[in-house]
Design a protein around this ligand. Structure first.
Ligand SMILES: [Zn+2]
Length: 76
């Protein structure tokens, strides 16, 4: 889909975003509400501060949290 067209549709509220994406939740970090999302790797709900930046990612963050990205591969 053409980006401009998609953006126009988005502005008009006609574009349905996939439910699996753009799912930000709220958590309390030191008593302060913060945006959070579930890591696709470990499945834990973590604040966005636990994710590295990803321009196209949900909330501008990668899908996997820092600890998962830094974790070395474990042999099955
Ligand atoms: Zn993780």
């Amino acid at each position: 889909m053409d980006k401009r067209y998609a953006f126009k549709q988005f502005l008009e509220g006609n574009l349905q975003l996939r439910p699996s994406k753009a799912r930000l939740k709220k958590v309390l970090v030191n008593g302060v509400p913060a945006d959070a999302k579930v890591c696709v790797q470990c499945g834990e709900l973590k604040p966005l501060g636990e994710y590295r930046n990803e321009e196209k990612g949900v909330g501008g963050k990668k899908a996997k949290c820092k600890s998962c990205l830094s974790a070395k591969r474990v042999r099955g």
